[in-house]
Design a protein around this ligand. Sequence first.
Ligand SMILES: [Mg+2]
Length: 357
Amino acid sequence: MSSTLADGVTIGDLGEIALIDRIRHRVPPAPGWVTTGIGDDAAVIEPARGTLDVVTTDTLVEGIHFERSFVSAADLGHKTLAVNLSDLAAMGATPRCVVLSLVLPATMAAADLDMLVDGMLTLAGRHQVALVGGNITRSSGPLVLGMTAIGALRRRHVLTRTGGRPGDELWVTGTLGGAAAGLACLLRDPAGPAEGDGDLAGCVEHYRRPEPRVRIGTLLGRNRAAHAAIDLSDGLADGLRHLTQACGVGAVIDGAAVPIDEGARRWFETQGLAPLDAAVAGGDDYELLVAVSRAHRRRFAAVTRLARGVPITHIGELTKDRALVLRTREGDRALPAGYEHFKTQEAGGRRQETGEA
Ligand SMILES: [Mg+2]
């Protein structure tokens, strides 16, 4: 995180009240359904009529999920919210509000906190999400950004991991591998790709600012167009493993159909890595993996038309056989493992396997 010491003030110079004020002044007026917002002991919100609450939480830890040397404060604010919105999208929920848990090193520039909050609020504004409260604590070590997000949806629109059946088609949004290539590039050179390297710059942007698939997630739920869905926070291989385990099925993935990010493909090749394996194993893309019944093809096609240009690709199907198979021109083989592959290769324990509610 580049410290832009505009006023030289650090977190350690400010008391909790001053810090909260600093955040509160940046937050736009809360919607009417927030009865009590930032500044009280807890937030009070009115439930959306006729809906269920969907709650999720996710935490980014310096040294585990990011390094301040190559991710800006504004990017971190964006990402903290994006990873939570991604989980809500995977449930089909419309996001409503978030609470933020900040664990801040005393040496962090107060201006960086401002940028972090701004990065978060910019994404929040795009999805009409209200920041309604939270907590601030000093850290004796790393910067830790925790968030809890609340969304809403109707009972019959709930989209879980568990409903997939043999014969369902597997579809994935966006492209894969971009964030993994971007991260690998940053781990090698925190300054980022050379000027004019548009391919890699796109990958780095993908890693720093994932775009949660909120609209298509809620459309899938509302139109009951999918049997099951999961967001790919830790990559396709990992997500597919979770989804198939939850459904009690296996899967065949058509390697030629996997939408590998073009910039990432070229970069993986220059690194001597097989692009397909790297894209399937790599994490941080935050795309949605969806199981669609053939009987719901029409509904699903309608959703993809409404998805405002988000590409969505048919990559395989669920099978009765519990194996996870990657089909390539050279023949069938087992799907590569997920994150561990990258962990040992590059980051030396950069990331831990984290549980998810
Ligand atoms: Mg998830």
